[in-house]
Design a protein around this ligand. Sequence first.
Ligand code: SF4
Length: 330
Amino acid sequence: MRSFTYAKPASAADAVRALAAAPEGRFLAGGTTLYDLMKLDVERPGALVDVTALPQMASVDASSPTEITFGALARMADAAEDPILRRDYPALTEGLEKAASQQLRNMATLGGNILQRTRCPYFRGGEPYACNKRAPGSGCAAIGGLDRGHAVLGGSDACIAVYPGDWAVALAAFDATVDVLGPNGARSIPMDALHREPGSTPAVETNLAHDELVLRIRVPKTPLGRASTYHKVRDRESYAFALASAAVAVRLEGGTVREARIALGGLATRPWRAREAEADLVGRPLNAETARAAGDAALRGARAGRHNGFKIELGVRTVADALLIAGTRA
Ligand code: SF4
């Protein structure tokens, strides 16, 4: 049992101050990732700053004409059950529904969900295994090891761990923005710039400072949302992480694609926006052939390891299937 201090501030500013004073500390919200990792002795925070009492951070607000705002402390279940979201952004609803069990959705917060850490078994397995993310400089047991679930896009010689989340992938497709508060004030980060590729520093997973707190997530309102889907392929149909997933949205005019969004999950080291594939699709009809070509473009540059080569073709088909599903909603 490792000891830690515990604080439950009443304001976001106090929470940020508390964590700024605790370099080994962590913010605590739903706890569904952090408690797991503490029990595995992978996370060893010297201080927990519980943010669950902070006011005005738990709502989903669709009243603005220009954006939907998700408080960082809203539970996944609250957002998944929102009827406006289900009607106007099925990809966001599906990204939540397919992300976890109902029990977990009842506990996990949206802010914590987008910051969840990799499920790489060598990372979670602890000290017997080399892992540059857990212990920088120790190596990577997955490279040359069991890499069936690992990334084919965005990896490096230091780490090939997949970003495990679903909802952040759908948020990336819709150009969401994350508002954060730190000791030097508030700032906004495009969702697409929140997560980092591992490069030579896989332990640094996001562009958030240690003491920056996610306040809310904003999604621009767009008619694209209604013709969208989050398509997730996994080893079993529920309560499993993606082997490949795609959040897509399309706008069609007379059967021709005028606008497209494609983001990949389960395949890359971060939520992966496939902008070249989107551009290739614009001006073309949406059918099995063009959807397949968009999948090929989305997976261009993918690199397989020992056991995960199947994910490249799976990713292509996942994108293609997702586009055809979204097309039926356009
Ligand atoms: Fe660690 Fe990344 Fe290698 Fe997994 S893939 S063992 S998380 S360095």
